[in-house]
Design a protein around this ligand. Structure first.
Ligand SMILES: [Zn+2]
Ligand SMILES: [Zn+2]
Length: 339
């Protein structure tokens, strides 16, 4: 991505001083973008933490784990600004390179649906624009993270698995981040809905808000599963847990019972456990049957709110319950492992 432009800019910068301008946002973060095709993940790093990494050092993509030198992480916006600066003096040389890159960019769209980007190059006079729609939606969903290993401060929209500076990841931090992310999603649903409504219409806004709340179920369940696996494996003398066992509440609970003598029944109140069972099963429906209620769901949960063939609806209260109950369960598991 941007190979042609970067090549052209690089050639130009041999003879003159063209640099990619980098501005910080109001919290002091600078924007970065994963250079890997198919990822292109957007994130931010505190300006002074980025400077501390030093030129030529390796940086890790928080999302995909791709590693590349510090010079490789410019965003489309920054490249665009660089082009804007350069265009006055080097209009012709850049135009064709930009055009080729824009074509490549537009054919490689595989993004988080909440941060849609498009760009166009038109006319003989280079007119180039990068549009992020809608920016306030992305900002509302931003999650600030401090690496517990190296103290680098970075911010992401969505999940982050790796620290950009040291590459560290841990199931424990991911779980805590995931719960914070649920909170962010709950509190920014309306902002996102309104922003997308303004940009793309009422229906698009409603769909975005709905899918945002629904995405909280897999976010919470997967983070819990990873945490449970990691904690369980710390127990002495246990055999490795089978894949996805902690996605199934009853099976996961049995493992803990055998290993430490306590099960989810001991750690949660009956109404909390039945609520959690419903939310886990709804996550399963979303993943495997487009959210359509089937007989198995009803027999597993005794959920009185649905009949077979109906589509589940995820509301804020569901996400709040999921967060609260998972937090309680995780605390009990952590205490059991610490003993
Ligand atoms: Zn990446
Ligand atoms: Zn780190």
């Amino acid at each position: 991505m941007f190979e042609n432009l970067l090549k052209t800019l690089h050639g130009l910068s041999e003879t003159s001083a063209i640099s990619v301008p980098v501005s910080t946002d109001c919290k002091g973060y600078i924007d970065k973008e994963c250079p890997k095709e198919g990822c292109l993940f957007h994130f931010k790093v505190k300006a002074e933490d980025w400077t501390a990494i030093g030129r030529g050092a390796m940086v890790t993509c928080p999302m995909c784990g791709h590693k590349a030198h510090t010079e490789s992480w410019y965003t489309t916006d920054q490249i665009s600004e660089a082009q804007g600066q350069a265009v006055a003096s080097f209009q012709g040389a850049i135009n064709s390179a930009m055009r080729e890159d824009a074509q490549g960019f537009n054919s490689h769209q595989s993004r988080n649906s909440l941060v849609k980007m498009s760009m166009s190059v038109s006319g003989a006079s280079t007119s180039y624009s990068t549009i992020i729609v809608p920016i306030e939606a992305a900002e509302a969903m931003e999650l600030e993270i401090t690496c517990e290993q190296c103290a680098t401060r970075f911010a992401v929209v969505g999940s982050a698995f790796f620290c950009p500076t040291c590459g560290y990841n841990s199931a424990e931090r991911m779980f805590d981040d995931a719960l914070r992310k649920l909170e962010v999603k709950i509190s920014s649903t309306e902002i996102v809905r309104e922003a997308i409504e303004r940009a793309s219409g009422k229906d698009a806004g409603a769909i975005a808000a709905k899918s945002m709340l629904e995405s909280c179920l897999p976010d919470g369940v997967v983070a819990f599963q990873k945490l449970a696996e990691a904690l369980y494996m710390r127990l002495l003398g246990v055999r490795p847990a089978s894949t996805n066992v902690f996605q199934r509440l009853a099976d996961g609970s049995d493992l803990w019972k055998r290993a430490v003598g306590y099960s989810y029944e001991d750690w949660l109140l009956p109404n909390e456990l039945s609520r959690l069972r419903i939310l886990f099963q709804q996550r399963h429906l979303l993943a495997h049957s487009e959210g359509i209620v089937d007989a198995k769901y009803l027999s597993n949960t005794n959920d009185p709110n649905y009949r077979e063939g109906q589509r589940i609806v995820v509301v804020k209260q569901d996400v709040e319950d999921l967060k609260r109950i998972l937090e309680k369960l995780a605390q009990a598991m952590r205490a059991a492992v610490a003993k």
